[in-house]
Design a protein around this ligand. Structure first.
Ligand SMILES: [Zn+2]
Length: 237
């Protein structure tokens, strides 16, 4: 009886260890990433405080830019890339949450930050595209929080932004915009309400006809996503 009991126990141990082991291999990365595809179908011009306890009010969700050539609105491009990023991250074993998966939503920038806070994300990635009155301006930039109110996340976010930019440039061969491509910000509601490290990727200028068309293409979006995934992998190591 004792030997049979032992054999059963052994069998149970092996039986339970094997699937666990297999599972551990496929989901070795367990960090949670929150993706915020910027803007939405209809802007919301109602206002909210730019930061907790702040008297400065800012528009809840602005309209965003649009493609000078393609006429694609920024909110569509942002979600297209956001969904591709989600798929790529899930494949690598990350847990991924998205502030929106459709266009017709009404979620303010503060609400988006609070959503990612609640998910306890290791990193929040805000996806945007840029616009300028100068059609020649082009390139990628990565923004990070740099205010007193976000001091708990400033250092980590800057590090993540630096790594993210490096991999985005390597993958896309795009130029860095705004000089270094790294932009500290004190005035973004989506940063100031964030308790998770957060970066905002400006993928390129939709006001530049060539870059606008590039941003709309599946192949370039894949390069962007590839850079983002490598950046996330490297910064969360
Ligand atoms: Zn935007």
């Amino acid at each position: 009886m004792k030997r049979i009991g032992l054999l059963i126990m052994l069998g149970l141990l092996i039986g339970s260890a094997m699937p666990l082991d297999g599972q551990a291999k496929s989901t070795s990365k367990k960090e949670t990433i929150c993706i915020d595809p910027g803007h939405q179908k209809k802007q919301n011009l109602a206002k909210e405080p730019v930061a907790p306890r702040s008297k400065v009010m800012k528009v809840k969700v602005s309209a965003g830019t649009s493609g000078v050539k393609t006429k694609i609105p920024e909110y569509k491009l942002n979600l297209q890339v956001g969904l591709k990023l989600k798929a790529a991250l899930v494949k690598k074993g990350y847990r991924v949450h998205m502030t929106r998966t459709t266009h017709d939503v009404n979620i303010s920038n503060a609400e988006r930050a609070k959503y990612c806070n609640a998910k306890k994300a290791a990193l929040t990635v805000r996806i945007h595209a840029d616009g300028s009155t100068d059609r020649k301006v082009e390139g990628i930039s990565v923004l990070y929080p740099d205010d007193q109110v976000t001091k708990a996340i400033n250092k980590t976010s800057k590090k993540q932004a630096t790594i993210m930019l490096k991999h985005l440039i390597e993958s896309t061969k795009a130029k860095k915009s705004y000089g270094t491509g790294l932009v500290p910000r004190k005035d973004l509601t989506g940063f100031n309400w964030s308790k998770t490290p957060v970066v905002l990727i400006e993928m390129g200028f939709m006001s530049n006809p060539t870059e606008d068309q590039k941003l709309a293409s599946d192949s370039y979006q894949k390069k962007l996503v590839n850079g983002m995934v490598k950046g996330i992998d490297a910064s969360l190591k």
